[in-house]
Design a protein around this ligand. Sequence first.
Ligand SMILES: *Cc1c(COP(=O)(O)O)cnc(C)c1O
Length: 405
Amino acid sequence: MDMNAFFENALDGLRDAGNYRVFADLERHAGDFPRATRYRPDGETHDVTVWCSNDYLGMGQNAVVTSAMKEAIDRCGAGAGGTRNISGTNHYHVLLEKELADLHGKEAALIFTSGYVSNWAALGTLASRVPGCIVYSDGLNHASMIEGIRHSRAEKRIWKHNDPEDLERKLAADDPERPKLVAFESVYSMDGDIAPIAEICDVAEKYGAMTYLDEVHAVGMYGPRGGGVAEREGLMDRLTVIEGTMGKAFGVMGGYIAASTALCDFVRSFSSGFIFTTALPPALAAGATASIQHLKGNEILRRRHKERVAKLRAKLDARSIPHMSNPSHIVPVMVGNAAKCKWISDLLLDSYGIYVQPINYPTVPVGTERLRITPTPLHSDADIDHLVGALNDLWSQCALSRAVA
Ligand SMILES: *Cc1c(COP(=O)(O)O)cnc(C)c1O
């Protein structure tokens, strides 16, 4: 078999379906977020404004974070030098885990090399090692949770997205004696909707199920100390496990779980995705710790973030650009056609210096193709006006439907 022909053929299939992904080659400007230099395929460069970053608060370039990282590199060097078990545990990891446990009001925390790995490893370990465990997974859970659950080979039930009644029907149908684990997210990244956490906890508690909440899109941003939606709603103590990332609002990299000492120690001791991989560089741990500490005491960034989101939504409304309403910071501008979505995104980048990645199937259902816009506290009024003006031009050129007031 000609393997290269096979690979090319599979890629052609993606291209034909409009699902082939092209990376934007960017160089982010520290100190000037959300500005970046784009390297075009022809080697030319131009300045762009980034409108689709998950560095939601610009912490990735905050001097509090970058100076903590530089200091840690100067003290400890570049890499961790091993797995956590074999010479890789650095004091910065220990401090970060304490900081995370405190953030979520839990006894302990355990860090991983990414949020993806934390979901895969923690869910995989809990579901496979707790005898007879059944996992109840929200229908729109992230790929990392789905893969972790699949890898565990535990029995699983998919419940209707954000629907505690459907969850209850599924819990009630199973043997009351079997251990149960309910896995869901707080802020869902594509629609920006938020789970009814209290109602889900009510149901889970009624059936004696553990709860596992992915707060990846909420940590740093919601709650008085940035502990997430569960903190804002006073629910952190009702969740068995809270999972998060240091790679989004905290602006660095790495994932974690926060839970009881025994649960964290159990995952630490049995999870291959924790044991057999090199620990995070100490400087990342130092940067993440500084970022978390900064956001624990800084409501100003969160307030400014909310104000920017509201301003963008109001300006979109004024031009009748359709966007999905939701209670979060994610602004999905709806295009509803894969080819047009890609075309608009390309034109925004090439002609307007605006970078927003198109979101097409299979990330979202066919017919709901969109631009997922994420305003930050560092986008100015002029940035917002430029974006909305450009969208308005393209909406007219493309004869896209407008929102009805
Ligand atoms: C991004 C994401 C993750 C993975 O986190 P990383 O730190 O980027 O690996 C997990 N869950 C959800 C819902 C995410 O959107």
